[in-house]
Design a protein. Structure first.
Length: 201
């Protein structure tokens, strides 16, 4: 694309660097901002900067949060004895949208993948073990996308927890092998949580 303005070109380039945003969509967004009142763009920019500077990770589960502890961990109605282990924040959002889960979470941050140079020490497995060791946790749900990396991660965690008095389950295979949780529809994902099966260690 050729633009008559370098500033316009740079703005389009910035928007198109976002996932799922192509150059044409980026151009439409930028032109929309130009046509709106300047205060709209200023407010949007201020909110993004504020989010980037002030957002935190929950000290308990590593979910994103405005405070040291996230709203899910603070919620007295949540079952603190039930911990759902997920890869990332997007998986929490997907599970929450099902409306079928009322426990708390633990965000690993990634999955074990030797080919990508990601080992057990590179994700939050030790933090999970410490939680199980220090809190009254009865069940761990492995809500991890079914893939080679996911199965490897589940197996490793189950071995780390093998000497502890905690039940381990995995989501039912309504989610296809190799699929990502964030792309599963709400009904399938919700049923997978409700119909979870015990993980054989």
């Amino acid at each position: 694309m050729q633009f008559s303005s370098l500033l316009l070109s740079e703005a389009v380039e910035s928007f198109s660097s976002l996932p799922g945003i192509g150059k044409k969509t980026a151009l439409r967004l930028v032109l929309h901002l130009l046509e709106e009142d300047a205060s709209m763009t200023e407010n949007m920019a201020a909110r993004l900067i504020k989010m980037r500077k002030e957002i935190k990770h929950c000290v308990k589960c590593f979910n994103i949060s405005d405070n040291d502890t996230c709203q899910i961990c603070e919620n007295a109605k949540r079952d603190k004895s039930l911990v759902c282990v997920v890869r990332n924040i997007k998986d929490i959002i997907a599970i929450e949208e099902t409306g079928h889960y009322y426990g708390v979470y633990h965000v690993l941050g990634n999955l074990i993948s030797p080919i990508d140079g990601i080992g057990p020490d590179d994700i939050r497995i030790d933090e999970l073990v410490k939680r199980v060791d220090s809190q009254e946790i009865k069940e761990i749900i492995m809500a991890i996308s079914p893939s080679i990396e996911g199965e490897t991660t589940i197996f490793y965690i189950s071995k780390k927890l093998s000497d502890m008095d905690v039940s381990i389950s995995t989501i039912a295979r309504g989610v296809s092998f190799g699929g990502e949780l964030e792309y599963a529809d709400e009904i399938t994902l919700g049923r997978s949580i409700v119909s979870r099966v015990k993980y054989e260690r």
